[in-house]
Design a binder for this molecule. Structure first.
Ligand SMILES: [Zn+2]
Ligand SMILES: [Zn+2]
Length: 240
């Protein structure tokens, strides 16, 4: 089983020790992707990159990161040093309506995808849905911006992750099934998958369900990291 979105205690919001993760996930293909957020006046979600890389290398693990940005702060991390970079937007948008907040989130996301080149996948695309009232889905009016984001991602030779965490909040991954259908229609052929586990017991959680959804949507390949290279693996071969 593959899980390319796992947090360890290098993230301020996780207590999981790397060795505990590895013990729990010994039969899994995982990449630890800790938070590194470059946002104004908040150093909480940062870690010592050299120490982090050393810890991963010591255990022969690929070096992953979940990188967040506010679009203005000076980026103080060299993303090229990482084997796997998830680009995520965790900013909180307060607007008069949920859809307006989603729109602002997407506009920023487009800008971040445009400006940042050193990433592999866009993280949990409809992420704010996790925290909005009744987990309101992104409205169809926003699909044009989402299409533009996907077009830009594919032009840049990148892809998206399908994040299982939403399933346990409201029954759908991030992004939702409808948004995954847009990705497929725009030409998206492969994705990565991740549980977004902040606790040991959540590692691998929901991955089987995500694979079922991908089959249903018609996305047949997963991007996997193998000995320094990326390759595509047919989803049918994935054992969950
Ligand atoms: Zn995230
Ligand atoms: Zn995460």
């Amino acid at each position: 089983m593959i899980d390319y979105h796992v947090h360890s205690n290098f993230s301020a919001d996780s207590q999981s020790k790397i060795d505990e993760i590895l013990f729990f996930a010994k039969n899994l293909n995982i990449i630890i992707t800790d938070h590194y957020e470059v946002v104004a006046e908040d150093e909480k979600f940062k870690f010592n990159v050299d120490v982090y890389i050393e810890e991963m290398k010591k255990r022969e693990l690929p070096v992953g990161v979940e990188f967040g940005w506010d679009g203005k702060s000076k980026i103080d991390i060299e993303l090229k040093k990482f084997d796997f970079v998830i680009l995520s937007n965790h900013l909180v948008y307060k607007e008069e309506s949920t859809q307006k907040a989603y729109e602002k989130y997407l506009i920023d996301l487009y800008d971040f995808v445009d400006k940042i080149d050193d990433f592999h996948v866009l993280g949990h695309l409809d992420f704010p849905r996790r925290f909005s009232k009744n987990n309101e889905p992104f409205s169809k009016e926003l699909y044009l911006i989402i299409e533009d984001i996907f077009k830009l991602i594919l032009e840049k030779g990148k892809t998206i992750e399908v994040n299982a965490a939403g399933i346990f909040r409201y029954g759908e991954p991030n992004p939702s099934i409808d948004i995954l259908k847009i990705f497929k229609r725009i030409g998206g052929k492969y994705v990565t998958i991740g549980s977004d586990a902040h606790k040991i017991e959540d590692i691998g959680r929901g991955i089987g369900k995500v694979i079922d959804i991908l089959k249903e949507v018609g996305i047949h390949y997963l991007m996997v990291y193998n000995e320094g290279k990326y390759l595509l693996k047919n989803i049918k071969e994935e054992i969950v």
